[in-house]
Ligand binder design. Structure first.
Ligand SMILES: [Zn+2]
Length: 141
């Protein structure tokens, strides 16, 4: 049995980070969908069955990716997933630092290059020089 499974999986893509993510999302959605559809209200029942359908789609997608023989395409999807995940994670980290920092610093966006500039708080109107493009703009800190 183990040998047959091994032979079956030869040349197939197998599991990766994106598949793990899809599987977890799928199960969470499936459970939440079941809970919602058991509530006796039309709107939540519709939402619940939509979530169950979506969860099936995610689970089937992850199985398809595991069994796929187009490993290059799957690997590049996984890479895209990492790029996107990193963006989300660093955005959250930035939110967190800004929140912890909110009494000491203010953050502005440079109107020219859209870079984020951090300045000390409570200094009144100040001229800010963007460290990236040297553009100057006036803001109340
Ligand atoms: Zn700038």
């Amino acid at each position: 049995m183990k040998e047959r499974l091994r032979k079956f999986m030869v040349g197939r893509y197998g599991a990766d980070e994106l598949n793990r993510f899809l599987t977890i999302c799928g199960w969470v959605l499936l459970l939440a969908g079941f809970v919602l559809s058991s509530i006796q209200k039309n709107a939540t029942q519709i939402l619940g069955s939509l979530m169950v359908t979506l969860s099936w789609a995610l689970l089937i997608w992850s199985i398809f990716r595991t069994l796929s023989k187009n490993t290059q395409k799957r690997a590049s999807e996984n890479y895209q997933y990492f790029v996107y995940k990193n963006k989300v994670v660093s955005w959250w980290k930035q939110r967190k630092t800004r929140w912890q920092d909110r009494k000491v610093h203010r953050y502005f966006r440079c109107p020219q290059c859209r870079a984020t500039v951090r300045v000390p708080k409570g200094k009144g109107k100040i001229r800010i020089t963007c460290p990236h493009c040297k553009n100057q703009f006036v803001k109340k800190s």
